[in-house]
Design a protein around this ligand. Structure first.
Ligand code: R5P
Length: 298
């Protein structure tokens, strides 16, 4: 197996290589003055299973293009199997036409990877498992969707959140809270989120939960602007929760998001390491889980 950490996941790629006991083979890369990417593989790949690790957090388009270049080059140079580990899969939230005429971007990303020659795609907490599975059937590529939520819950249990209530800030993400509740105990539930499809504005209906004086954790797949998480944390605090943690798999944390969530009253923000450069948070590594998934690929 040849493991290639891409430019967006040099650290995670090295952690996965370490967990697998293989040498990482980082690519040579640079960005030209006009913004285009240069990519060169630094090791022969002919006849090999090549694993490319590249998350696609901002700058998404650049990261995706680099991923396409690495996967396509590996296949073009004779790799037998190309496995793309893309912990955060950009464009996953546009998995349906919510308004007429919208682009189905998730379908396009999968279609491009497929046509470039990627054989497998490993993602973590895909935004909608259902949509991903449906779109997968229209392409040859095999998609493996793993979850970091049990890892986050185990870490939270260790650091004082055993017995905490697990909340998802949206009905569609209740499976995240349910999975966490199996580890934390303390039950699970959701608030309802409504998004204005034109303005992007959200509203949240806070259920009347009996959690005064208790601990609670909000679990979401992504924190981007922080608006969703801040509203859920605030709702729990208003209900009297004593300690509230904000947990997510993908800490995109755009400018001001962390401050917004802290201002809402979060005592802790925790994420996985699907996205590089969020080292000032409590972070749990997905590397051993990815290594296990790679070992068990048929
Ligand atoms: C949306 O459905 C996702 O699950 C997240 O709740 C959302 O992407 C978070 O975005 P933001 O942090 O901008 O509210």
């Amino acid at each position: 197996m040849i493991l290639i950490p891409g430019p967006a996941s040099s650290e995670l790629g090295s952690r996965i290589a370490l967990a697998l006991g293989v040498e990482p083979h980082p690519v040579e890369h640079r960005i030209f003055p006009d913004g285009e990417s240069y990519i060169r593989l630094t090791t022969p790949v002919e006849g090999e299973t090549v694993v490319i690790v590249q998350t696609t957090a901002p700058k998404q388009d650049q990261r995706l293009m680099q991923l396409f270049m690495m996967a396509g080059t590996a296949k073009g140079l004779g790799a037998e199997r190309v496995v793309c580990v893309v912990p955060y899969l950009a464009y996953s939230r546009q998995d349906k036409r919510f308004l007429e005429g919208e682009a189905l971007s998730l379908d396009m990303v999968l279609g491009l990877l497929d046509s470039i020659g990627a054989d497998d795609l490993i993602v973590v907490d895909a935004h909608s498992t259902e949509s991903l599975e449906k779109i997968e059937t229209e392409h040859e590529i095999n998609v493996h969707n793993l979850s970091a939520i049990p890892l986050l819950a185990k870490e939270l249990k260790k650091i004082g959140f055993e017995g905490a209530y697990s909340l998802s800030p949206d009905k569609g993400a209740i499976h995240l809270a349910d999975a966490a509740a199996e580890i934390l105990g303390g039950g699970s539930g959701f608030f309802e989120k409504f998004r204005d499809r034109t303005t992007g504005e959200i509203e949240m209906k806070v259920e009347d939960l009996n959690i005064a004086g208790e601990k609670a954790v909000v679990f979401d797949d992504i924190i981007s602007s922080g608006g969703t998480m801040a509203r859920a944390v605030d709702g729990l605090k208003v209900l009297g929760a004593e300690m509230v943690a904000a947990a997510c798999t993908h800490a995109l944390l755009m400018k001001g998001a962390k401050e917004k969530i802290e201002k809402a009253g979060a005592d802790l923000i925790i994420s996985s390491d699907t996205i590089q450069d969020c080292e000032d948070l409590v972070t749990v590594s997905i590397a051993p889980m990815i290594a296990d998934a790679l070992k068990s690929l048929k």
